[in-house]
Design a binder for this molecule. Structure first.
Ligand code: ATP
Ligand code: MG
Length: 571
C-alpha cells in the first residue's frame, strides 16, 4: 500500500469528544470515525485490525470444534417472548416494526435465535455436542455509550453457543471455550485475568469474565494474591460471619438533633463515631413494592445481591415521594426503627451494636439502636459489596482491587433457554430432555481498544505484530531523491513478495511529518531510507515499541524483518 493512497486521515489535535487514550488514538490515527453516538465507521487501517482479531478468534473457535454460522441481526419479537426476555431486556433493546406492524429487535445477543435454529434439527444425543459461533454486529441502546469502541451501541461480537447432552458435556464445552479465550487474548498481545462474575440478563450460574486490568476499565475486580481467587465486585462474596452480636453493654436508645447533616462522614464527625458504628438504611422499590436494605456505614450495598435475594425483576432506589411516605421524613433520615416495610440486612449489620441510624424524622438520628430490642430484620444475607482489604472468601489472604476492562465472558446457561423454548433431544435411553447450553462472547472492538490502552506511548499506538494493521512502513527521507525512491521501492517490492504487510510512505512530506504519522499509526517496524545510510549500503530499522535503531546492510533487511514478524514478539 502506498501512503499517498491510503485513506487514513490523521489528526494533529486530540478530538474533544474522546476521553480515553484508545478512543483518542483511533480517531487521531485515522482508524475510525463516529457516525452517531456509539456507532463508528471503520476506515481501512481500523478494519484491518478488526479483521485480524476476528481471524485469531476464528482460528481458536475452529480449533475447539466451533462451526461458524451467520444469523440475522433482525430478530422476531415472538422468539424473545418465548424465552420471556422481550420484557426483561428493557430499554437497551433497539425495537422496530415491519410494514405489517410485526415487531422485531436488532439482536443484542442471539440465544433465542440459535435455540430456535437448533431445536428444529437436533433430535438425538448423537448430534451432540454442537458448538456454533458467529462474528457479527450487536445492538444495545446503552445508557451511556462512550469511550469509543469500549461501549458502543453497535459493536462487533463473537458469540458462540454450545449444546450438550449432559453436565459433563457442558463442562467440557465451557472449559474448552475458557482456554480458547486465554489463547485468543494472548495472541492479541493482551494479558487477561478470568474472574468470577454475575450473569446479568443472559442468565445461568457459572460464569467468568475475562478482564484486562487497566485504569480505563469500567469494572472493578477483587483478587486474592495468595490463592488466585478473583471476582468482579458485582459478584465477589463477603465473608462476614453471620453470627449474633454480643448482647452485653447495650446503651439506651437516644434521639439526637443532626441539622444540616447529609453524609455519613459529616454525621460521624458530628457525633464522634466511626462509619462502622452506623447502619445505612436504603429504601428500594422491588417490582414496585417498597423494601429497606441495611448495610453498615462503611459498606456499600450490592444491588445485584439484593435483587437475587428478592427474586425481583426491577429493583430501583425509591423516589423522594416514596421515601417520604415510607419513612415519614425527607431523603437522608431513613432508619430501621419503627419502619413498616420488610428489612433486608447484610450479615455485618447483625454484629453492629449501639448503632447510629436515621430517626425517620427530619434532622434527627438515633444513637444506640440495637437489633432485636429496637428493630427486627426480615432476612439477613450477604448483601454488601466486597472491598479491597476484606478477607478472601477462599483462603486466609486479603483481597486487593483493580479496575478492569471486560473483553469477554463465558456462561454456563444450563437449560434456561432450551426449557423455555422447547429445544429437546432424545437421550441414549430414549427419554426426551432439554439441551444443555453454554454461551461465550468476545467484544472484538473492545478488545482492540483494550490493546491500545495497554500498548501506547506519547507518540501513538504500539501494535503487537499479531494485530498491527501493517507490519512495516518504509519511509524515504526524500522521495525527490531518485536513489532513495528507487531503494525504497525495491525493498517494498521484496517485502510485499515475501508476504510482509508493508506501507511505502511515498508522500512528498518532510521526514518529521512522516515519522510522526508512522509513530501515531503504530507500525511495529519502520525502515528509514536515508542518504547517509544508503551511501554506506545500509538501511535503518526502527522498532516502534522500544525505539531501538538498527543499521543493517541493504541485503540483510528482508531477513531481519522476516525474523521479527515471524517471531511476533517485540518485547
Ligand atoms: P458490559 O457489562 O460491559 O455492559 P456485558 O456483560 O453486558 O458487557 P456480554 O453480554 O457479556 O456484555 O457481551 C460479551 C462481550 O461483548 C463483552 O465481554 C464485551 O467485550 C462486549 N460488549 C458488550 N457490550 C458492549 C458494548 N456496548 N460495546 C462494545 N463491546 C461490548
Ligand atoms: Mg458480560
Amino acid at each position: 500500500m502506498l501512503m499517498s493512497q491510503l485513506y487514513a486521515p490523521t489528526l494533529r489535535e486530540t478530538p474533544a469528544e474522546a476521553e480515553l487514550v484508545s478512543h483518542q488514538l483511533m480517531l487521531r490515527a485515522g482508524f475510525m470515525r463516529r457516525s452517531a453516538s456509539g456507532m463508528y465507521t471503520f476506515l481501512p487501517l481500523g478494519l484491518r485490525v478488526i479483521r485480524k482479531v476476528e481471524q485469531i478468534i476464528r482460528e481458536e473457535m475452529n480449533a475447539i470444534m466451533g462451526q461458524e454460522v451467520l444469523m440475522p441481526i433482525v430478530q422476531p419479537a415472538e422468539l424473545w417472548q418465548e424465552s420471556g426476555r422481550w420484557g426483561d431486556y428493557g430499554a437497551e433493546m433497539f425495537r422496530l416494526q415491519d410494514r405489517n406492524g410485526r415487531q422485531f429487535c436488532l439482536g443484542p445477543t442471539h440465544e433465542e435465535l440459535i435455540t430456535a435454529l437448533v431445536r428444529s434439527e437436533v433430535r438425538s444425543y448423537r448430534q451432540l455436542p454442537l458448538r456454533l459461533y458467529q462474528i457479527q454486529n450487536k445492538y444495545r441502546d446503552e445508557i451511556r455509550p462512550r469511550f469509543g469502541l469500549m461501549r458502543g451501541r453497535e459493536f462487533i461480537m463473537k458469540d458462540m453457543y454450545s449444546f450438550d447432552k449432559d453436565e459433563e458435556g457442558l463442562d467440557a464445552s465451557y472449559w474448552a471455550a475458557y482456554h480458547a479465550y486465554e489463547r485468543i487474548f494472548k495472541r492479541c498481545g493482551l494479558e487477561v485475568h478470568p474472574v468470577e462474575a454475575d450473569s446479568g440478563a443472559i442468565g445461568g450460574d457459572v460464569t467468568h469474565e475475562f478482564m484486562v486490568l487497566a485504569e480505563a476499565g469500567e469494572d472493578f475486580v477483587l483478587f486474592c494474591p495468595d490463592c488466585g481467587y478473583a471476582a468482579n465486585v458485582e459478584r465477589a462474596e463477603g465473608v462476614d460471619q453471620p453470627g449474633e452480636a454480643p448482647q452485653d453493654d447495650l446503651q439506651p436508645l437516644e434521639e439526637v438533633a443532626t441539622p444540616k447533616i447529609s453524609t455519613i462522614n459529616q454525621l460521624c464527625a458530628f457525633l464522634n463515631r466511626e462509619p462502622k458504628d452506623c447502619i445505612k438504611t436504603l429504601i428500594y422499590l422491588a417490582d414496585g413494592k417498597p423494601v429497606a436494605a441495611l448495610v453498615r456505614g462503611d459498606h456499600n450495598l450490592n444491588e445485584i445481591k439484593l435483587r437475587k435475594l428478592l427474586k425481583c425483576q426491577v429493583l430501583e432506589l425509591a423516589d423522594a415521594e416514596t421515601i417520604g411516605r415510607v419513612t415519614g421524613a425527607p431523603v437522608g433520615f431513613a432508619g430501621p426503627v419503627g419502619l413498616q416495610v420488610p428489612l433486608y440486612a447484610d450479615f455485618a449489620v447483625r454484629q453492629t451494636v449501639n448503632a447510629v441510624v436515621g430517626a425517620n424524622k427530619q434532622d434527627y438520628h438515633l444513637l444506640n439502636a440495637n437489633l432485636g430490642r429496637d428493630f427486627v430484620v426480615t432476612t439477613f444475607a450477604d448483601l454488601r459489596e466486597a472491598q479491597p482489604g476484606d478477607p478472601c472468601p477462599r483462603c486466609s489472604g486479603i483481597l486487593e482491587g483493580a479496575r478492569g476492562i471486560e473483553v469477554g465472558q463465558v456462561f454456563k446457561l444450563g437449560t434456561k433457554y432450551s426449557k423455555a423454548m422447547g429445544a429437546t433431544f432424545l437421550k441414549e435411553d430414549g427419554v426426551e430432555t432439554p439441551l444443555i447450553m453454554g454461551c461465550y462472547g468476545i467484544g472484538v472492538g473492545r478488545t482492540v481498544a483494550a490493546v491500545i490502552e495497554k500498548n501506547h506511548d506519547d507518540d501513538g499506538i504500539v501494535w503487537p505484530i499479531s494485530i498491527a494493521p501493517y507490519h512495516v512502513v518504509i519511509v524515504p527521507v526524500s522521495m525527490k531523491d531518485p536513489v532513495q525512491a528507487e531503494a525504497a521501492q525495491k525493498l517494498y517490492n521484496e517485502l510485499v513478495a515475501a508476504g510482509i504487510e508493508t506501507v511505502l510512505d511515498d508522500r512528498d512530506e518532510r521526514p518529521g511529518v512522516k515519522f510522526k504519522d508512522a509513530d501515531l499509526i503504530g507500525f511495529p517496524i519502520r525502515v528509514t531510507v536515508g542518504p547517509k545510510s544508503l551511501e554506506k549500503g545500509e538501511l535503518e530499522i526502527v522498532i516502534r515499541r522500544t525505539k531501538e535503531v538498527r543499521s543493517l546492510p541493504v541485503d540483510q533487511v528482508l531477513a531481519a524483518i522476516r525474523e521479527i514478524v515471524e517471531g511476533g514478539d517485540l518485547g
